[in-house]
Design a binder for this molecule. Structure first.
Ligand code: ASP
Length: 320
């Protein structure tokens, strides 16, 4: 029987609903350890409660601790499952995808409804993750997110609904596999894998979302905070209001990398438009285009890349 480690970090999958108030909160003991017998048929399981945090409290430092733990134990296991709150699950999954080098399955999962809520997806998603973690086909596919009978690549997946159990989607490419009652079916493989192992996570990177009428104020505030980098979710194919151009030029003069993604969740940024604030002008100024990543994921990638280099041309290479 294969051996799997389940690492719990908190989130709804670790919580219970108070039947009187309806409030969902941390449980005295982990609700899913009680039902472990239902899991034992799939693998030889060990468990570790690493954090007990709602995922809005998870930081890149927690993600690095998690990655270090996976590296420390992976030789003794066939696969690892990380249970996590769904709010920032995609950031942790992508972080692990970038820094881990193991070919063994690492599956991140969560739940939209805690274990004692009607229609809970907590135990169901954990069992699905376990089935994926012991599947030979799950090897060498990067970090996987398993929720609601679907398997997603960490790079593409995002939480799309505040409360629906079908919240995790990969809008651009779809899931890489599905889970049926008796099989795990992968229907595409993951070809884009950027491996950047790190030992520290020490940089300060901001994320801004562009909007109609955006002016220089937020960019001045960012500049005053002396960041190590900035990610902007731009408009459409990668354009910004012209009022933002000068403050961005100033950040670049200070050798602060500015990464551009789109606030659209489909398509890629490209330097098409030549007007003031258009993508072509931004690219010529030295703004780095990150293709196909969401703002939060581009931020994770920049945080990790900055541990390797601050050189702008090297960063262009790392993001290409
Ligand atoms: N707010 C919760 C969290 O991310 C949501 C969840 O786990 O589904 O911790």
């Amino acid at each position: 029987m294969k051996k799997v480690l389940i690492i719990h970090t908190g989130g709804t999958i670790s919580m219970l609903e108070n039947k009187e108030t309806g409030e969902v909160n941390a449980a005295d003991s982990h609700p899913l350890t009680k039902t472990i017998d239902q899991l034992k048929t799939f693998a030889d399981i060990e468990e570790l409660i690493m954090f007990d945090l709602p995922s809005p409290q998870i930081t890149p430092n927690h993600m690095l601790k998690l990655a270090n733990k996976v590296n420390e134990i992976i030789d003794g296991f066939d696969g690892v499952i990380v249970t996590h709150g769904t709010d920032t699950l995609e950031e942790t999954a992508y972080f692990l995808d970038l820094v881990l080098t193991t070919d063994k399955p690492v599956v991140v999962t969560g739940a939209m409804r805690s274990s004692n809520e009607i229609g809970s997806d907590a135990l169901y998603n954990l069992i699905s993750s376990l089935r994926v973690a012991v599947d030979d086909e799950a090897k060498n596919k990067g970090v996987l997110v398993v929720m609601n009978d679907e398997i997603h690549a960490a790079e593409n997946v995002t939480k799309t609904s505040t409360s629906n159990v079908a919240t995790f989607q990969s809008p651009q490419f779809g899931p890489i596999g599905v889970i049926t009652k008796d099989s795990i079916i992968f229907h595409r493989t993951v070809i884009t894998r950027h491996k950047q192992p790190i030992e520290t996570i020490s940089k300060n990177v901001f994320l801004l979302k562009a909007f109609a009428g955006m002016d220089e104020q937020l960019l001045h505030a960012v500049s005053a905070a002396n960041p190590d980098g900035l990610v902007i979710e731009g408009l459409g194919q990668g354009n910004l209001p012209k009022t933002t151009v000068e403050p961005i030029r100033n950040l670049l003069r200070k050798k602060i990398p500015v990464i551009l993604v789109s606030r659209c969740f489909n398509g890629v940024v490209q330097p098409t438009y030549g007007y003031d604030g258009g993508g072509r002008q931004l690219k010529e100024m030295g703004v780095i285009f990150a293709q196909g990543l969401s703002g939060p994921k581009a931020r994770i990638r920049l945080l990790i890349s900055l541990e390797h280099t601050k050189d702008l041309s090297e960063l262009v290479r790392l993001f290409s």
